[in-house]
Design a protein around this ligand. Structure first.
Ligand SMILES: C[S@@+](CC[C@H](N)C(=O)[O-])C[C@H]1O[C@@H](n2cnc3c(N)ncnc32)[C@H](O)[C@@H]1O
Length: 380
């Protein structure tokens, strides 16, 4: 055993880690830096996120300032280093970031870590990703629309090149475009199943055959739900996310309005001697191109509808999804920078402990970082 006294050696200095190839950021003595935290030395730690910090640096902070089960928060998480180290050290964590790429990188990183911990027989916790706040929209509403939903509807319809209905017979019908009706959802709400049914009934009453439902956010499974409504009422329903570019200052030309991503999957049930195994097969994915810059849009449109699976970066399955509970990544597959292949049928062979009816949730994250989820029921 080697005992080191406080008055021996060099205590931690202000600078704990430095990026070796960066000029002009070296303060303190090289002698002290030499045996301090090393800068992203291992290739496998590098995630291609520009401002990524070494795990060793965050580990020092967490080890010296928290105990197991403490809650660690990093509201500027970037590539998720803090969460990854916290998870590894048995701390709970919360992370946030404004950037979609940051959230996407962190999510993949944490899932990979979970898989590693699982393989090593160590415990890990489920986590979920939420969209919090609608700050951009709230600011836009307050600053530019003077808080009014009516004005918001007018602006959306103008950009959508639809005619605003002056005296609508039903308050849910706001505009018309090439024979179809238009409904614009409230600026602060999530367009739900209940609303889409009410809109469809209003369209049928008004003698319409087609409706555009424009909204900022859509309830999960709404696309599938609309297929049933289309069959029931014999009308075409188009779900169109309102593009964020609408809020750009001084914008006068309309941004592209594209239909929301479509996702479909089915359960693959295999009855074996002693048990039933369940997997999930993706049957359709058409990404929304709402995040694609204008000049690349035309080139991608055809590919998106014909080879939608090419646009999936990551997908995961929760075999026993409970509304209101975090999504559990029971199985997932994703492309890495080295391996671009992706399974379209899971190989989990999931076995339920008891017979019954279960809800499976499938989550797809596309290469643009957008989430699309759907549920399907299975009886075993
Ligand atoms: C220096 S990076 C963090 C790097 C991180 N420690 C890592 O190891 O990858 C800072 C992050 O803060 C995010 N960010 C900047 N302003 C923000 C804000 N107001 N709210 C949330 N995140 C923000 C950026 O998107 C960026 O990912």
């Amino acid at each position: 055993m080697y005992r080191q006294y406080l008055n021996e050696g060099v205590p931690f200095q202000d600078l704990w880690a430095y990026q070796p190839n960066t000029r002009g950021v070296l303060y303190g003595s090289d002698a002290c830096i030499d045996d301090d935290v090393k800068w992203l030395e291992q290739e496998e730690e590098k995630l291609g996120y520009n401002t990524q910090k070494p795990e060793g640096l965050i580990e020092r902070i967490l080890v010296t300032s928290t105990d197991e089960n403490d809650l660690v928060a990093d509201f500027f998480c970037g590539s998720g280093t803090t969460g990854a180290v916290a998870e590894r050290l048995g701390r709970r964590w919360i992370m946030s970031d404004l950037g979609r790429f940051a959230v996407h990188t962190s999510r993949k990183r944490l899932i990979e870590l979970q898989r590693k911990l699982h393989a090593e027989g160590q415990s890990y916790r489920a986590f979920d990703v939420y969209n919090l706040g609608r700050y951009e929209r709230q600011w836009w509403q307050k600053e530019r629309l003077e808080g009014a939903d009516e004005k918001h509807r007018r602006v959306v319809l103008e950009f959508f090149k639809a005619e605003v209905l002056q005296n609508p017979t039903n308050p849910l019908l706001h505009g018309r475009k090439a024979g179809a009706f238009c409904h614009v959802d409230g600026i602060d709400s999530v367009f739900s199943r209940v609303e889409v049914r009410a809109v469809v009934e209003a369209v049928v009453q008004a003698g319409g055959r087609e409706v555009y439902c424009l909204a900022w956010e859509f309830e999960m499974d709404l696309r599938q739900h609309c297929l049933a409504l289309e069959a029931e009422f014999g009308i075409r329903i188009k779900l169109v996310p309102i593009p964020r570019e609408l809020m750009e200052k001084n914008r006068t030309t309309p941004p592209p309005f594209l239909e929301m991503a479509a996702l479909d999957a089915e359960a693959v049930v295999r009855h074996e001697k002693a048990w039933t195994r369940v997997d999930v097969k993706l049957t359709c994915f058409i990404p929304s191109l709402a995040e694609v810059p204008g000049k690349e849009l035309e080139a991608l449109k055809e590919r998106a509808t014909q080879s939608g699976f090419d646009f999936i970066d990551f997908w995961a399955v929760d075999f026993d999804w409970q509304p209101g509970q975090p999504f559990r990544h029971d199985w997932q597959d994703y492309r890495t920078r080295k391996d671009r292949s992706l399974k379209t049928v899971s190989d989990a062979g999931h076995v339920y402990a008891r017979r019954g009816r279960y809800t499976i949730c499938v989550k797809v994250v596309d290469v643009f970082g957008c989430d699309t989820s759907m549920t399907l029921d299975v009886e075993v």
